[in-house]
Ligand binder design. Structure first.
Ligand SMILES: NC(=O)c1ccc[n+]([C@@H]2O[C@H](COP(=O)([O-])OP(=O)(O)OC[C@H]3O[C@@H](n4cnc5c(N)ncnc54)[C@H](OP(=O)(O)O)[C@@H]3O)[C@@H](O)[C@H]2O)c1
Length: 361
């Protein structure tokens, strides 16, 4: 075992490194799969359909990329990302399902299959016991599995005055019940501030009979170009980024960064005067937020560092996230086989203190 493995408590499987998620026994592959844009591209605005998707999932298993991240509402509330995974597990049998850490999220409304649009009652989203239990049971049906390994509450359900829409003890009792029923193995949250994490952790501790029921992870936006975003609060600064990461470390909560590649900007496909017009950044109107002069300038600097490290820009961006000890797994969204093959190489990019300083500039 290498020294760095001991410090970070890593394991390896099929060449992939694994880290434990927060204060739990759950091991996640350092490179995971973000499955937001997977579904039925003709129908729901996703980018990966079943034929190509199954091949990428087979390859992911070969490469030890076993942390797969979806949500009930991905792709316009269609539920199709979960449905595709369900069909995959059914076609590949129990071994494939067992080797995967299957993560999904509830919070938003989901349509029935092939239902193009409809209105939703107030009880079909949010954080109530009625919604959460029904949503998890629906996810299990779509995923064709008996249990969800890691369940996130996707985003806080708040009233206009920023107070919680549902009493926290009701939400966390419902989530705790799902663990007792075996429908969920571990609990996590997404898009949370440290203050929200603190009160929700206390709410769970108050209702749970078993002290091992805790919030073990948080999934927030984080990438090298948008560092303060990890704190999930308006107007956040670099000091808030540092405080948030310290809070996670002190409370043994693992970080799963989302949009780790800034939706493709951190891959070298968008350079000054040479933008990939077929990419998500252009097609999904993210350009205004991401394609700023400042970001494009920073990309040029990062490309130089990547060349020096003899890695791709995507690998550098993922390695930067993994260089933070609180990061457990990076779930870059993959829409082509080549993306997966590229991203896994990040685990071999070791960044020194000097590299980190140069990247952070
Ligand atoms: N919890 C939440 O609220 C939340 C919100 C957003 C996302 N997520 C999760 O986080 C995951 C990742 O976020 P994301 O997919 O939005 O953004 P991302 O990972 O930053 O970017 C993904 C995009 O980058 C491109 N890409 C990926 N790897 C590449 C490579 N090696 N070379 C070239 N291009 C590459 C692809 O673009 P093209 O498709 O253009 O080829 C892909 O769609 C999602 O899939 C989802 O599971 C969670």
């Amino acid at each position: 075992m290498r020294k760095e493995d001991i410090v970070l408590h890593t394991k390896t499987f099929r060449g992939m490194k694994y880290r434990r998620l927060g204060k739990s026994g759950l091991w996640l592959s350092e490179v995971g799969l973000g499955l937001w844009k997977w579904g039925d591209p003709v129908y729901d605005g996703s980018r990966v359909g079943e034929h190509e998707g199954f091949q990428i999932l087979d390859r992911a298993l070969e490469l030890g990329v076993t942390h797969w991240d979806t949500a009930n509402s991905y792709n316009a509330g269609s539920g199709n990302s979960e449905r595709m995974l369900g069909r995959y597990f059914k076609s590949r049998g129990g071994r494939a399902r067992d080797s995967v850490v299957l993560a999904t999220k509830v919070r938003n409304s989901v349509r029935d299959e092939h239902e193009l649009a409809r209105d939703f009652s107030p009880n079909e989203s949010g954080a109530s016991r009625k919604y959460i239990i029904r949503a998890v049971e629906d996810s299990l049906r779509r995923l064709q599995t008996g249990t969800i390994d890691l369940l996130y509450h996707h985003a806080p359900a708040l009233l206009p005055d920023a107070s919680w829409e549902t009493p926290l003890d009701e939400t966390w009792d419902a989530l705790n019940t799902l663990v007792s029923q075996g429908k969920v193995r571990y609990l996590a949250v997404s898009n949370r501030t440290s203050a929200q994490l603190a009160v929700e952790s206390s709410a769970l501790a108050a209702v749970a009979v078993n002290p091992s029921r805790r919030i073990i992870g948080v999934q927030n936006a984080y990438n090298v170009l948008q560092r303060p975003r990890v704190a999930a609060q308006t107007g956040a600064t670099l000091a808030d980024e540092a405080d948030f990461l310290t809070y996670l470390a002190e409370n043994q909560i693992g970080l799963i960064p989302y949009i780790p590649l800034a939706v493709g900007l951190l891959t070298g496909r968008y350079r000054k005067g040479n933008l990939d017009n077929a990419g998500r950044l252009m097609e999904e109107s993210w350009a205004k937020e991401f394609l700023t002069e400042d970001n494009l300038e920073r990309v040029e600097n990062l490309v130089v560092i990547a060349e020096r490290k003899e890695c791709t820009l995507a690998q550098l961006a993922i390695a930067w996230l993994l260089a933070h000890d609180v990061t457990t797994s990076v779930i870059a969204g993959v829409t082509k086989m080549a993306h997966l093959e590229d991203n896994v190489g990040a685990i071999n990019v070791i960044l020194t203190a000097e590299d980190m300083e140069a990247i952070n500039m």
